[in-house]
Design a protein around this ligand. Structure first.
Ligand SMILES: [Zn+2]
Length: 281
């Protein structure tokens, strides 16, 4: 069964865990590692003949348009990860609209593509932000991957559906929501296939979780970041919780990703979920 691979394209200093140390005003003066890390990501995907949906930060597309062009040239899907990596639930509708507009502009200019997908920084979309779906439609966004049906201190809506579903915007138009994969355990949704969860759980657990999802007829929705392949990145003393989230098992992630890509087949959201290869309820 084809599963979905997604990559959130941001540099080491963009992540939420370090946002108090590196505000946007500091980004231009940081030593970027994004080009090497994206090239490494592309090489690994190519080695396993896998395609992925890349959610790209607009700031990255603006500063390094060649990265977007390179990802596009390799046949992957291009989508938005916002312009400045701000949490959506901290933005007003107008601030969100402007951030989305800028990200789409820079990404589309970089690679002559049409952006149809979005993922919020740190999955920061909550059900009370009903305006977000209308704004998505204003900009032609057809799919979103920002509502994580889990319990977490900074994000998550535990009661949200676990599998792709349509959010109706108005008569005749909707946005497809693509939640990252979870399994049910002890009455809870447990995230299994991305970021810190993918790094912290042993490989056999991830494999078993994906097998279980597939046996129930669902593709796994996996995500990772290019900086997770970068063992030489600068190590910050950003508090215990942030350090744990960002650095745990960084050294073993590359081999885990290779095993995952060797054992399962992956493609883009458009291919697997929208393109008719998997029907949506
Ligand atoms: Zn991010």
């Amino acid at each position: 069964m084809l599963n979905v691979m997604t990559v959130d394209v941001e540099d080491w200093f963009h992540v939420q865990a370090f946002s108090h140390i590196y505000p946007v005003s500091e980004w231009n003066s940081q030593r970027t590692r994004i080009i090497a890390n994206v090239i490494k990501t592309l090489e690994i995907l190519h080695e396993h003949r896998a395609k992925a949906t890349f959610f790209i930060l607009g700031w990255v597309a603006q500063r390094f348009p060649e990265i977007v062009a390179l990802i596009h040239d390799r046949g992957h899907e291009i989508a938005s990860h916002s312009q400045y990596h701000r949490l959506v639930y901290n933005l007003s509708p107008d601030e969100f609209r402007e951030d989305l507009r800028q990200s789409i502009l820079h990404i589309e200019q970089a690679a002559n593509v049409t952006v149809r997908g979005y993922r919020a920084p740190s999955f920061s979309v909550r059900p009370q932000q009903k305006w977000i779906w209308t704004i998505f439609r204003e900009f032609g966004i057809e799919f979103d991957s920002s509502v994580f049906p889990v319990m977490h201190d900074t994000y998550g809506t535990p009661s949200a559906p676990r599998f792709p579903y349509k959010v109706k915007v108005d008569e005749g138009s909707s946005v497809l929501e693509i939640p990252p994969s979870t399994i049910r355990w002890a009455g809870m949704n447990v995230p299994v296939a991305g970021g810190g969860y993918l790094r912290m759980f042993p490989y056999w657990f991830t494999k078993r979780a994906i097998r279980k999802l597939n046996s129930e007829g669902h593709p796994a929705i996996v995500y990772f970041h290019p900086w997770e392949l970068d063992v030489h990145q600068k190590r910050l003393d950003a508090g215990l919780k942030s350090r744990l989230r960002h650095y745990t098992n960084l050294s073993s992630f590359e081999s885990k990703l290779h095993r995952l890509l060797a054992e399962f087949e992956f493609s883009t959201i458009s291919d697997v979920v929208i393109g008719g290869k998997k029907t949506v309820a």
